[in-house]
Design a protein around this ligand. Structure first.
Ligand code: UT7
Length: 349
């Protein structure tokens, strides 16, 4: 039975990083709180006028180059994003056009931070069914469009004026989530492999829409007359951070236990646990509950913050390029995001 193998990866982080102290110019926060509560030291933001498809382009090109492939070698695009360029069409078709993959099927996945898990399951099925041979999986996010401040010049340090008291207060009201998210893109190319055991070894995926209100961006077509009435507040994330945190530290370790149980693979045989980076404390807690050495769950949240659907492919690219991730290894992707969508996927790469 065929499976899949990773043949190339890429990432792109736009512009210079913005530190926690940069953020303190536009809302009431400080470096100590952000580092202690989340592990984040800096993040990147998408330039004005660009979107996730723009960030995805250099990441996809880097992945093609690392795999020694041309755009014409790709026969399917899976695009993970919760901050698409447009409400419609999806960002996958925009990326396809910019990359020169015209006519190739492109599908956006709306599973937020857990989208990469769904993409791997889907890619494996597409390959198994014969529908595709070589798939470009991209995760890209431009959260900056929904940040609760207007004072980008102050944040960027190009102006030394102070934000108005009203703007500062509004941004501070949202500081719990606003300091967490960053922008970026990661890309992974997978292709059909006939090596015995290659590809998906086990899947434990879930969604539970009873948690929608705990983490969502309300803007959408549920609102009749939205075109005339939709306001700026609907474009701000609603996140009950503590509740999401509590759910994550229970659901994620349970999911890893389940996927290992179902697959008959002990956690000790997994080379890497590649986890979503929402909060350093969540991943530390997952390791503790599973009795795992945290060194087996790599962390890069300090440099990028939470990049939602882009997080796992960015981390995979870092690990592929520095040699930690190698063909033949068994990896476990683990994530929880809005929906909730959560779970874990074991893949022999
Ligand atoms: O990727 C999708 C999945 N998302 C997640 O998994 C997110 C999970 N949740 C979290 O990571 C955490 O809940 C947050 C990082 C979002 C927030 O951390 P927390 O420890 O839950 O803080 P909190 O919102 O409960 O706030 C605690 C205190 C409050 O002050 P008081 O009321 O205790 O005086 C907040 O006002 O910390 C204050 N606070 C801040 N202070 C400085 C909240 N945000 C900030 C801030 N800077 N940025």
């Amino acid at each position: 039975m065929p499976g899949l193998s990773i043949v190339g990866t890429g990432r792109f982080l736009p512009g210079r990083p913005y530190t926690n102290s940069d953020l303190a110019r536009v809302l009431d926060t400080n470096d100590e709180w952000i580092r202690q509560r989340t592990g984040i030291a800096q993040r990147h933001y998408c330039p004005r006028g660009q979107g996730p498809a723009d960030l995805a382009l250099p990441a996809a090109k880097a992945a093609l180059e690392s795999a020694n492939l041309a755009p014409s070698d790709i026969d399917y695009i899976l695009f993970n994003t919760m901050t698409p360029d447009h409400v419609f069409p999806g960002s996958g078709t925009v990326l396809g056009a910019n990359l020169g993959c015209i006519g190739v099927p492109a599908l956006d996945l709306r599973a937020q931070c857990a989208a990469m898990l769904y993409s791997f399951q889907l890619a494996d099925s597409l390959i198994l069914s014969g529908a595709a041979k070589r798939i470009l999986i991209v995760g890209a996010e431009a959260h900056s469009a929904m940040m609760p401040w207007r004072d980008w010049d102050v944040l960027e340090g190009t102006s030394d004026r102070k934000p108005s008291a009203q703007d500062f207060e509004r941004a501070t009201k949202h500081r719990g989530w606003a300091v967490v998210f960053g922008d970026g893109a990661g890309a992974v190319i997978v292709e059909r492999s006939d090596k015995p055991g290659a590809g998906i070894v086990g899947v434990d995926l879930h969604s539970d829409g009873t948690h929608v209100e705990e983490l969502c961006l309300p803007a959408g077509f549920k609102m009749r007359g939205a075109a005339g009435e939709i306001g700026a507040e609907e474009w701000l994330i609603r996140m009950q951070g503590r509740e999401v945190f509590k759910q994550a530290v229970v659901k994620l370790p349970r999911s890893v236990e389940l996927v290992c149980e179902k697959s008959g693979v002990p956690a000790s045989e997994v080379d890497w646990f590649i986890a979503h980076q929402a909060n350093r404390r969540i991943n530390d807690s997952v390791c503790e509950r599973l009795g795992l050495d945290p060194a087996r769950m790599p962390c890069n949240i300090d440099r990028y913050g939470n990049t939602s659907g882009a997080t796992i492919p960015i981390l995979m690219d870092e690990m592929w390029r520095d040699g930690r991730l190698r063909p033949g290894q068994l990896i476990c992707l683990v994530a929880l995001g809005a929906g909730f969508h959560w779970g874990s996927v074991l893949v022999r790469i």
